[in-house]
Design a protein around this ligand. Structure first.
Ligand SMILES: [Zn+2]
Length: 329
């Protein structure tokens, strides 16, 4: 995935801020050492003098044999370090401090993003996603089939709740695995309250955010409020700050719980349709049945969902209740 310009700028500003801060730290330390250890200042003068002399010699007689300036300078630097450590300072106290020693806080090594840049991307993407970073909780490994009964069967497929959940888990993992290879996959997760739809979409979100994809999570209610603000706002910058059309994955949770009206219905269609056109993925979760969904939203929205989304129906009891009252029915 590629960061949007604004996201890239946010990260680069952070590197600038860090470099400035480190330069200030270094200048305070130099000042401190100048007073505390005047011998270091004299060695610095000696280093400057020898470097200038060597440069002058090079200019006046370029063909003269090179002197061993690097060795001399290195010996002087060693002396400085020795004085620092003898006086209880770290040997690198007068080196420019850096948070990432790999890239020296530039974010790049040989034109490639440093590992710290990748981490910054992930932190930024999480902070903008509406999803808290919970790799322990929202992990496929925590998706327990034990919560899905074996004595409840989907009449249409003949699969038990547990077999259905097992298949859904495989589809969710495949969705993550193939995300870059087949862009524009979509999931429609439906079923009663508490059957694990939100959890499954959070696991997908977590995995994709960790591989630096931009994910934006909205409850249906918040999404339509957001879309209304975008549509009716006078702010000319609104289009540039709207993550909904641009993000790699949009998650619309609990569709059907919002107050449905003509605006909701038409903006849902536009949102879904635009993302299909741009091959950007969407996951919708809802408690509505397919029939209820078709009755609630427009025919054209329903037809897009049926033709372009993988439909996954989860069945079973309310897992939240099972967790509170294990063993109870
Ligand atoms: Zn780095």
């Amino acid at each position: 995935m590629t960061l949007q310009n604004a996201q890239f700028d946010t990260i680069m500003r952070e590197y600038d801020r860090r470099q400035n801060e480190n330069r200030q730290i270094l200048s305070r330390r130099r000042e401190e050492i100048r007073h505390a250890l005047p011998r270091i200042a004299r060695l610095d003068e000696e280093i400057a003098r020898q470097s200038a002399d060597a440069a002058r010699r090079m200019l006046l007689s370029p063909d003269a044999p090179a002197d061993d300036l690097p060795a001399k300078l290195s010996a002087l630097e060693k002396q400085k370090e020795q004085i620092l450590t003898d006086n209880g300072y770290p040997a690198d106290y007068l080196a420019l401090p850096c948070t990432c020693p790999l890239c020296k806080d530039t974010g790049f090594i040989d034109g490639q993003k440093c590992v710290c840049f990748r981490q910054a991307e992930i932190r930024l993407l999480f902070s903008q996603s509406g999803i808290s970073f919970r790799p322990e909780e929202d992990s496929f490994d925590r998706f327990s089939l034990d919560f899905y009964p074996e004595d409840v069967t989907n009449a249409a497929t003949g699969l038990t709740a547990r077999e259905t959940a097992d298949a859904a888990l495989l589809q969710a993992k495949a969705f993550v695995r193939d995300f870059d290879r087949s862009p524009g996959q979509n999931l429609f997760l439906y079923g009663d309250t508490g059957v694990g739809k939100t959890f499954l979409s959070r696991c997908i979100a977590q995995a994709l955010l960790e591989s630096t994809h931009s994910v934006v999570y909205f409850s249906a209610h918040d999404l339509f409020e957001h879309l209304a603000r975008q549509t009716f706002s006078e702010d000319p910058a609104r289009d540039h700050t709207d993550p909904v059309p641009e993000c790699d994955l949009l998650i619309i949770d609990d569709l059907g719980t919002e107050l449905t009206n003509a605006f909701v219905s038409s903006s849902l269609f536009t949102c879904i349709n635009d993302r299909l056109r741009d091959k950007r993925s969407t996951i919708i979760s809802t408690n509505l049945s397919l029939q209820e969904f078709s009755d609630t939203y427009s025919e054209r929205t329903f037809s897009r969902i049926v033709s372009d989304y993988t439909l996954i129906k989860l069945i079973g009891g309310d897992i939240r209740l099972l967790k509170k009252h294990p063993g109870g029915k």
